[in-house]
Design a protein around this ligand. Structure first.
Ligand code: TXA
Ligand code: MG
Length: 347
């Protein structure tokens, strides 16, 4: 399949592009598009065949449910039922934005979209191209991240093209994504809301709005059993072996350098993910400065691109510094732990 790749900004010509992209989705085709978190791979959420095509384009198991993207909160009644009040409170406060809410699904939504579940994940992305596309496509776009299954989510267009060129009808190039980590997922079908995937909307931010203590079912602390089915798969994984090193900076730097020396002697290509403050202190073949330790927004934005670069540069073994585990740091640590398949060196 020839994939059309189109740069998008807010000129009038883009209206026509968006209209065409919407038609592709309405006709059962697939379009990759930017969101504020990561690029999405969109198909018609109400068409069972589109879901099947998404799974096949990604090489993703069909029991891993998709997030449905909407552009008007009022459309929720078409795809969900028994909607609790806190849904509306959270939508009012955080939409459009990186918050995905799990509700009971309506009969309009095919089970292939929800991976056979009776529940549905919904979000409204904070990106004008995404919102216009959803509207043009009829209001409901099912979209996982636009990567091949098991690879880091794409935050820059180069990696969308690398994974999806030839597999889908169109790619909309909206530049780098703003946030860089996938949305926070919160389950509203349980008596008490549960955070299934941490993201840039943190437990503290949610608690401040709904005044209910959040239960965090973070895979970081409980690797199994996963409530979000996607979490049982090895996700966000670079091709090399990856280790997260936890400990005081004074101890971490010499420890990593010692391991690197041994790895180099065995002929391995070594990599380090470190903050700006420390990156000059490592002796690895590839050193990736992920951002200032105090600027977690930057760290979040750079993480997946760096994992991809380390892959491209054929890095065999990667050591990463660790992060706070609070606020946005929690989402960053969650993704690092998954990327490393929970390989931790606590020194
Ligand atoms: O930021 C995002 O959420 C991005 C952009 C494209 O919107 N999308 C994204 O989708 O990360 P994906 O497919 O890579 O991850 C969706 C996650 C999976 O872990 C899946 O298991 C979970 O959402 N999920 C979807 N529907 C669910 C449901 N009904 N119940 C529990 N978990 C669900
Ligand atoms: Mg994904």
């Amino acid at each position: 399949m020839k994939t059309k790749i189109i740069k998008i900004n807010s000129s009038p010509a883009d209206k026509l592009t968006i209209k065409k992209a919407g038609e592709i989705i309405k006709n059962g085709g697939l379009v990759a598009f930017p969101t504020e978190t990561v690029y999405g791979l969109g198909g018609d959420a109400l068409n069972a065949k589109s879901a099947a095509r998404i799974y096949s384009a990604k090489g993703r198991p069909a029991d891993n449910p998709l997030i449905v993207h909407i552009c008007r909160t009022g459309d929720i009644d078409i795809i969900a039922e028994e909607i609790p009040d806190i849904f509306y409170i959270l939508a009012e406060k955080f939409w459009p934005g990186p918050l995905t809410m799990i509700l009971n699904k309506s009969s309009q939504v095919p089970e292939s979209t929800t991976g056979g579940l009776k529940t549905i994940a919904v979000r409204m992305p904070d990106n004008q191209t995404a919102l216009s596309l959803i509207d043009a496509a009829g209001g409901f776009i099912a979209a996982p991240s636009a990567n091949l299954s098991g690879r880091p989510s794409p935050t820059v267009i180069q990696y969308v093209i690398e994974d999806m060129d030839g597999r889908i009808e169109m790619i909309l190039d909206g530049g780098d994504t703003k946030i860089g980590l996938e949305s926070t997922i919160i389950d509203l079908t349980t008596p008490q809301p549960v955070i299934l995937r941490p993201g840039s909307i943190t437990a503290e931010m949610l608690e401040a709005v709904i005044n209910i203590r959040m239960i965090i079912n973070s895979e970081a602390s409980t690797p199994e059993p996963p409530k979000a089915p996607g979490m049982k798969y090895r996700h966000y994984a670079p091709r090399g072996q990856m280790w997260i090193v936890i400990g005081d900076e004074d101890a971490v730097i010499p420890y990593i350098n010692h391991r690197i020396e041994k790895d180099k002697k065995s002929g391995l290509i070594t990599g380090v993910i470190a903050t700006k403050e420390t990156c000059s202190k490592y002796h690895a073949d590839r050193i990736k400065c992920i951002g200032n330790r105090s600027n977690e927004e930057d760290i979040a934005r750079n993480l997946y691109r760096i994992l991809r670069e380390l892959d491209d540069e054929k890095t065999d073994v990667i050591y990463s510094e660790s992060f706070t585990g609070k606020g946005l740091g929690q989402a960053i640590m969650n993704r690092l732990l998954k990327a490393s398949s929970y390989q931790i060196l606590d020194i």
